[in-house]
Write a protein that binds this ligand. Structure first.
Ligand code: F6R
Length: 620
């Protein structure tokens, strides 16, 4: 959450910062701001609302200079407002700061600084960082250090960050030190882009595309000094060291809207290709198994694994639930799915033969990262199923599998979910074939998987029908989503999609659990979405559906093509192609993504930027 950009070089900084903030807006869109330094003067422009508001402000009140920092905010401390927007100045305006993360001990530090006479204008934790750096800077000057020396500035930042408890990605400028930008990281991602006579700073590689392909990812406890002529890295424990320069792949295509009205819709329609990309080069027809390049564990080591823990948050956690069913069915390895936010503090008994998978689209989710680190600390092989190459989780994991889904820009995750499920299916196949799964069973799974991109293309044809259904149901305030076995996680995911982008209350349940409580909610104004394609407990799901109908609950059903029975029972039926039960989450999640999208549109919601949310949740 929150996006940071920075620039030092020879070009007008404001344009570069603004474009960078547009690319980081998915990380937060409560406010945006930049600070640019020119001839010893800091100009700040900041505004509550989207980056577009900042762009309008800059049109009216442009700023000059080739050194600057910028920020797009997801509010943690202090409501979204102009005053609480970053950048924040410290002292008497000699320091300016942008920050991503949470300074947990900010109130103690704030009281201390107030007793020293520092005046706070905002209610943010970041202003504490700005004043503390300014304070340390002035203390060093009192001790005779040179106020125009970069060494004094570095010492001031180091002294301040030593006092922070919590997380930070910081960008700091000093009014009187030209051509000089400091950034520091603990827990919040930062990447440096290296140009010719110019350097860039950003929370992820997105803003660097088009400027440079040479990047350096900052690690925790690292501080970097950028000037137009070079960079210097300092680690808290090991001191100065040479940067590990990595070359970004050519900017991934497809970051535009390609004619779609919203990113979410574009990403829903990309799924035939993204599912294909998740499988590309990973199906081994000769051996009737899957293969992966980056697990970094030998088949012998994998055979010794006797338990698997899948961890993640939100949609990624839902994908993990599908993964649990798949791995237990195909590989017969006991598997659990843990919320990363719980796992990081829970300390469950895990043996050394337990393997942990962190599932994450962004690779930056703070809880997932912390859970992964905790498991690594205890010596478990810890792998990642991740979309963003170069993200912190991808870099820190012992190995893993990339989704190759391309950038997911819409805040509501869609294509990442189906890619995660596809990768987990491949993983279950691979682990199964290392154990008891037969050759013909492996072959069957491969041929079913190969048919999936076409099945998804066919499923997407329901879009017009979904638009009609959305018209009929967009005014309802409560929904139930019900499914069993592989479709229970789909019910959870369908309910989450509706909640997050249309702000309608929705609950997902295993269909049979409904009679243990939620059925009390059912009435003419509470539609139930039944995920009911054919499977071995289809008759049981039908009984659950009848129970809802008997209480006058409207029913929208997802059914397999040719299921005439459901036509008579449900108020609306969306037909999806027949696929094997274990692949139903891939086809069934698609009409539910479209339903939430269409309902949100009809209710006038911002589908790509839903309120209160951000794409990458880098705070606890
Ligand atoms: C929902 C959604 C979130 C994310 C969750 C984890 O549509 O996007 O629930 O799934 O914040 O994010 P990642 O997968 O990036 O770790």
């Amino acid at each position: 959450m929150c996006g940071i950009v920075g620039y030092v070089g020879f070009r007008p900084a404001a344009e570069i910062l603004l474009e960078g903030l547009r690319r980081l807006e998915y990380r937060g869109y409560d406010s945006a701001g930049i600070a640019v330094i020119d001839a010893g003067e800091i100009s700040i422009r900041k505004k509550a609302g989207r980056v577009q508001e900042l762009a309008r402000l800059l049109e009216k009140h442009p700023v000059n200079g080739s050194l600057g920092i910028g920020h797009t905010r997801w509010a943690t401390h202090g409501q979204p407002s102009d005053i609480n927007s970053h950048p924040h100045v410290g002292g008497n305006g000699e320091v300016v700061v942008v920050h991503n993360g949470v300074i947990e001990n900010y109130s103690i530090l704030k009281s201390h600084l107030q007793t020293l006479g520092y005046v706070f204008r905002s209610s943010t934790d970041t202003e504490v960082a700005a004043h503390l750096i300014a304070h340390e800077f002035s203390e060093l000057i009192k001790m005779g250090e040179d106020p125009e020396s970069s060494n004094t500035a570095i010492q001031a930042v180091e002294a301040a960050i030593k006092q922070f408890k919590g997380t930070y990605g910081l960008g700091v400028l000093f009014r009187d030190i030209p051509d000089f930008l400091i950034a520091a990281r603990l827990g919040s991602p930062l990447v440096i882009g290296m140009g010719q006579g110019e350097y860039f700073l950003a929370s992820d590689a997105g803003p660097l595309a088009g400027h440079t392909q040479e990047v350096v990812y900052l690690s925790d406890h690292e501080l970097v000094v950028l000037t137009s002529q070079g960079m210097q890295l300092h680690h808290r424990d090991t001191g100065k060291h040479a940067p590990d320069v990595q070359v970004l792949a050519q900017a991934e295509s497809g970051s535009g809207l390609n004619g779609f009205e919203h990113y979410m819709l574009k990403e829903i329609f990309e799924q035939p290709e993204t599912i294909e990309n998740a499988m590309r080069g990973r199906l081994d027809e000769d051996e009737a198994t899957a293969k992966f390049g980056g697990l970094n564990l030998t088949p012998q080591q994998l055979r010794r694994i006797d338990r698997i823990v899948l961890t993640g948050c939100g949609t990624s956690w839902h994908a993990g639930l599908v993964g649990e069913y798949l791995i237990e069915e195909f590989a017969r390895i006991p598997t659990e799915v843990e919320y990363a936010s719980e796992l990081r503090y829970r300390n469950p008994p895990l043996s050394t033969s337990t393997m942990v998978f962190a599932i994450t689209q962004s690779g930056e989710t703070a809880d997932t990262l912390a859970a992964m680190r905790e498991c690594k600390r205890k010596g478990h092989p810890t792998l990642a199923i991740c979309n963003v190459v170069g993200s912190t989780i991808a870099r820190e994991a012992d190995g893993g599998i990339f989704l190759h889904a391309g950038p997911e820009v819409g805040v509501a995750s869609t294509k990442a979910f189906t890619s995660q499920v596809t990768v987990l299916t491949l993983l279950a196949l691979y682990l199964g074939r290392l154990r008891n799964m037969s050759y013909p069973a492996g072959q069957r799974i491969i041929s079913h998987l190969q048919a999936m991109p076409d099945a998804i293309r066919k499923t997407l044809e329901c879009h017009d029908q979904i638009k009609d259904i959305a018209q009929r149901y967009c005014d309802y305030d409560n929904f139930l989503y019900l499914g069993r076995l592989y479709n229970f996680p789909v019910a959870l995911e369908g309910a989450l999609k509706l909640k997050e982008i249309s702000y309608i209350h929705a609950e997902g349940y295993p269909a049979a659990e409904m009679k243990h409580g939620p059925i009390a909610l059912v009435d003419e104004r509470t539609p139930s979405v039944f995920i009911a394609p054919r499977g071995h407990i289809y008759p049981k799901v039908m009984s659950n559906l009848e129970e809802i109908k008997a209480r006058k609950g409207p029913v929208i059903a997802l059914a397999c093509e040719g299921d005439a029975k459901l036509d008579q029972l449900a108020d609306d039926v969306v037909y999806v192609p027949f696929v094997e039960e274990y692949l139903q989450p891939l086809v069934c999640s698609i009409p539910l993504q479209l339903l939430s999208y269409e309902i949100a549109l009809l209710r006038g919601c911002n589908v790509d930027r839903p309120r209160n949310l951000a794409k990458s949740v880098t705070v606890e």
